[in-house]
Ligand binder design. Sequence first.
Ligand code: C5P
Length: 236
Amino acid sequence: ERAVDLAGLRVVVSAGGTREPLDPVRFLGNRSSGRQGVAVALAAADRGATVVLVAAHVDEGVLAEASAHSRITLEHAGTAAELQSAVTRAAAAADVVVMAAAVADFRADAVSPGKLTKESTGGEGLVLHLVETDDIVAGLVRDRRPDQTIVGFAAETPAEGETLLDRARSKASRKGVDLLAANEVGWERGFESTQNTLLIVDGTGTVVGEGSGTKRVVADVLWDCVANTRDEVNRE
Ligand code: C5P
């Protein structure tokens, strides 16, 4: 049995993939299953934390255990904008925010009020104009309280000659997060799998944790890192 070492900690976790509408029946989405984020929420709750889980699109069945947990409050968000308002509101009363959701980087600048059809595009194919969504983590970092811990995730496909660590370090410093959990994704790894490998760096790019196994196992490694970081900050 694990200790309830996170008792009293107020946590917000986002999970799953956002969906950005194109028209009333179509969206731009991604392959996030939500499994890793939900495992992070469950691990925290089992260790005594009070958790607000903001779920974007999550695969069938993945939310069952979390929605029945007495210390998890579940909120749903469809789009990046909805996720942003739910997370930002919940973050105001949180000690730790973990952004595990796969948030769309782009959305349609105008959502078609009617279904896009071949007829309506006149045989010319379809050009979508996309605009950037807000970076939610950037906003959390900007508005943070000094005692708050902000954790980002990075799903990376490192290029030739580049390592996951290189990518994790540059993303941690660019985003200004306290901790960044990086994992490799690709056609065959990361998203739909029940297993994961996480590399966790702090804001200076130092490796503070590494874990491989089920998404629950690596979630516990992440919470060990969060607990260590907060202990160090409190001792300073
Ligand atoms: O830059 P990238 O999208 O890879 O960064 C991933 C991290 O940033 C994740 O923690 C994700 O939840 C967060 N993110 C965000 N807002 C966005 C896009 C990503 O907070 N619009």
